[in-house]
Design a binder for this molecule. Structure first.
Ligand SMILES: *Cc1c(COP(=O)(O)O)cnc(C)c1O
Length: 355
């Protein structure tokens, strides 16, 4: 039996996607060749890349003027690359510091210019999203992290700014419908909600590029990748293919509106139990709770062994909290079935009944 996979990343993908992907590794498109042994310049792979790129635009309802790229280096390289492409020489940027990933993004940008931290929740272990902060006006761009994978917090509103708005959406892209045109640059490592590790989705508004006065190395230059249709060098063919399959699955389910409803229903079941069951408490501030990563702790640590046995016996995997936070983290990305969440809730109820 397949385990109930609550891993934070790499994470659960739809079973039908895994099945199709495994078939393509052996025989792709009836070519009697593997997907991973054909030229990326072949007609069959170009079609994969173009389908994936256009599905991103379709699902996010992006107008003309945005380019979609499937790059490598993870979201971690985008911390640097985004700043490289948008920070002017002697420029400035403002960052919202909502956790370890934001902090890493800040560090990379600091190598290129002056960074203002416009708000931070570090004082409380990043368990909330800062509010009422002032967005500086004299900056080249403003950077936020939409979902804080480690702490289970999520931005419900994005800063209003005349500067460029950049967002790391690694762990909640394609999870709900928002106005994606408020962003000038979005990036997301595939392995949280879209595909396997090995590709990073980048969505960039064309008109913002080429304005820094900075010489950008070719591999770090979004414009170079755009001009080559995301094939400047050999793209990560397998992760792009699996991402395409996942996006087709999202479309088949009814797109972002439909997936958002499912995600809200799934998260509600789990948060309701955390709030109801006296043996558990949530980690993230209630108003900032994430639909994707549900973080919680036991109210009585002496019950840890008993709870760990209950969920292990129930076939649950990947529930341990991040090492910096402890406790538990249930990552309930798009592909997580509602049945698996019920299995976890049942284990929580059983723990209460044992007491
Ligand atoms: C996982 C994660 C990253 C890092 O992604 P890599 O692809 O491992 O570089 C960055 N930001 C967020 C929000 C993440 O969840």
């Amino acid at each position: 039996m397949k385990k109930h996979n609550f891993s934070a990343g790499p994470c659960i993908l739809p079973q039908e996607v895994l099945k199709k992907a495994s078939e393509a590794v052996v025989n792709f498109n009836g070519l009697n060749l593997s997907l991973i042994e054909i030229s990326h310049r072949s007609k069959d792979f170009i079609e994969v890349m173009e389908t994936a790129r256009s599905l991103v635009k379709e699902l996010l309802e992006l107008p003309a003027g945005y380019s979609v790229l499937f790059l490598q280096g993870g979201a971690s390289l985008e911390f640097l690359m985004s700043a490289y492409n948008l920070m002017k020489v002697d420029g400035k940027a403002a960052y919202l510091d909502t956790g370890a990933w934001s902090s890493k993004a800040i560090k990379e940008a600091q190598a290129l210019g002056e960074v203002t931290i416009m708000g931070s929740s570090k004082d409380k272990g990043f368990n909330y999203i800062p509010k009422n902060y002032t967005v500086p006006t004299d900056v080249d761009f403003v950077h936020v992290t939409s979902n804080n994978t480690i702490y289970g917090t999520q931005l419900k509103e994005f800063p209003k700014t005349d500067a460029l708005l950049v967002c790391d959406m690694s762990s909640d892209i394609f999870s709900k419908k928002i106005d994606f045109t408020q962003f000038d640059l979005i990036y997301a490592g595939a392995q949280k909600n879209m595909g396997p590790a090995g590709t990073t989705l980048v969505i960039v508004k064309d008109e913002i590029l080429g304005k820094t006065g900075r010489k950008i190395p070719a591999m770090l230059d979004y414009k170079v990748h755009i001009d080559k249709d995301s094939m400047f060098n050999t793209p990560p063919v397998f992760p792009v293919y699996v991402s395409m399959l996942t996006l087709q699955w999202v479309k088949k389910l009814g797109g972002l509106e439909a997936i958002e409803k499912l995600n809200e229903a799934k998260a509600a079941i789990l948060y309701d139990e955390i709030d109801r069951n006296p043996l558990f408490k949530g980690y993230a501030a209630v108003e900032d709770r994430s639909l994707m990563n549900v973080t919680f702790n036991l109210t009585d640590d002496s019950k840890q062994a008993a709870f760990d046995k209950l969920w292990n016996d129930a076939g649950i995997s990947g529930l341990k909290g991040h090492r910096s936070v402890g406790g538990y983290r249930a990552s309930i990305y798009n592909a997580m079935p509602i049945e698996s969440i019920q299995v976890l809730v049942d284990a929580m109820i059983k723990l209460e009944e044992q007491a």
